[in-house]
Design a protein around this ligand. Structure first.
Ligand SMILES: CC(=O)N[C@H]1[C@@H](OP(=O)(O)OP(=O)(O)OC[C@H]2O[C@@H](n3ccc(=O)[nH]c3=O)[C@H](O)[C@@H]2O)O[C@H](CO)[C@@H](O)[C@@H]1O
Length: 363
């Protein structure tokens, strides 16, 4: 089939599209693909790096408060819808898939107006602004959390899970930690604040570092690309022992995850799909800066199932990080239980379920 993907801004909206694309290729179902994103979003780097045909359109998100900038948003939306229609007409896709982020609003809206079959994937337990808008126009809405169904027209909703889950579910431990000078056989705590990094998580890591240096476990700390220079500066006059590795970004996260004992990070939906697909115990620090506090709701679904611990951003300090990290890193039995609980929430065939939705639409 010929497929246009659109989604972006942050990794949580890009990796599900990439995972679906990879699965379509594995099953020899993909004839041609085009990805439509923005230059500003992480997709322009991530998609181009993978040599996937990429077209950029210009768009921006709505400000939640009343603002003149919203007039520009509307103008850009109209212009980019016009442009997206041209791209869709030229490419002639069998189906257009949206994975969230404001760029997909214009692309999916344009495709729906042209009567091309459309599907969106909502990864979160609370629908994003873009997907809530698109829900009215697209043909199918694929969801990962049952509770989000109520926010969409009922007859369009299908529970598929997040396609990224299937991509990571099959991954085996492969010793890639040695790339970061860490030892594969030593339990490793991965600390990262979503695809863009999180300042408060970074600050807590820096505060905890003197103690983390002394641990018999390892830490792989990922700062986020934009925070890396600042972190390096802060680390310049500090001791960083051999059990600690510091990176700006991990390009191929699925190859690292099977070797990780515990994750401390945000509660972005795509991270959670990975955590549950692999059964990784986690300490979740939901971002309070997202629409309707959806990361807290995402996190609660794991916490209520004894699969994860949660600390609020306010509670997060070097001390609280150490306390909860030690508890999990020093108790293999607890990790085992959390791992089993997490895995029960995973959807290891999510990509195939979503492909079925696409096939049913086309035929
Ligand atoms: C601030 C914001 O709007 N966050 C949203 C965004 O988060 P964000 O983009 O941070 O998304 P997630 O935490 O869901 O996913 C991050 C993705 O990036 C990958 N990764 C991360 C770091 C790294 O170094 N390398 C790497 O590959 C992870 O493996 C994962 O696949 O999209 C999610 C999915 O809709 C939402 O739930 C989040 O609320």
């Amino acid at each position: 089939m010929r497929v246009i993907f659109s989604g972006g801004g942050t990794g949580g909206h890009i990796y599900p599209a990439l995972a679906l694309l990879q699965r379509l290729q594995e099953r020899d179902l993909l004839d041609e693909v085009l990805y439509i994103g923005t230059e500003k979003g992480l997709e322009s780097r991530i998609i181009r790096q993978k040599n996937i045909p990429f077209e950029a359109i210009e768009l921006q998100g709505f400000k939640r408060s009343l603002s003149l900038d919203n007039l520009k948003t509307v103008r850009l939306f109209l212009q980019s819808t016009h442009r997206a229609k041209r791209i869709v007409r030229d490419f002639k896709p069998d189906v257009v898939v949206g994975t969230g982020g404001y760029v997909s609003s214009a692309v999916l809206f344009a495709a729906a107006q042209l009567h091309v079959p459309t599907v969106i994937n909502e990864q979160n337990s609370v629908a994003g602004i873009t997907n809530r808008f698109l829900g009215r126009f697209v043909d199918r809405i694929s969801i990962a959390f049952p509770e989000v169904a109520a926010q969409f027209p009922k007859q369009k909703v299908v529970l598929t899970g997040n396609p990224r889950a299937q991509q990571v579910a099959g991954m085996q431990a492969n010793q890639r930690l040695t790339d970061f000078h860490l030892q594969p056989e030593v339990p490793t705590l991965l600390i990262f604040g979503g695809s863009r990094g999180a300042e408060r998580i970074n600050a807590a890591f820096l505060a905890a570092l003197p103690e983390l240096n002394k641990k018999d476990y390892q830490v792989l700390f990922v700062s986020g690309q934009v925070h890396y220079a600042k972190i390096q500066k802060a680390l310049a006059n500090k001791t960083v022992n051999k059990n600690i590795a510091v990176e700006p970004y991990i390009n191929d996260m699925p190859t690292i995850l099977p070797d990780v004992a515990v994750i401390l990070g945000r509660a972005g939906a795509t991270s959670l799909a990975e955590i549950t697909a692999l059964g990784i115990p986690s300490i979740l620090v939901p971002s309070p800066y997202v629409t309707n506090n959806h990361q807290t709701k995402n996190a609660e679904s794991l916490v209520n199932h004894q699969a994860a611990e949660m600390i609020t951003e306010e509670q997060l300090t070097g001390q609280s990080l150490l306390k909860v990290a030690d508890r999990l890193m020093q108790d293999q039995k607890l990790r085992q239980t959390m791992s089993e609980q997490a895995r029960q929430l995973g959807v290891p065939d999510a990509a195939d379920r979503l492909i079925k939705v696409m096939q049913d639409l086309i035929h």
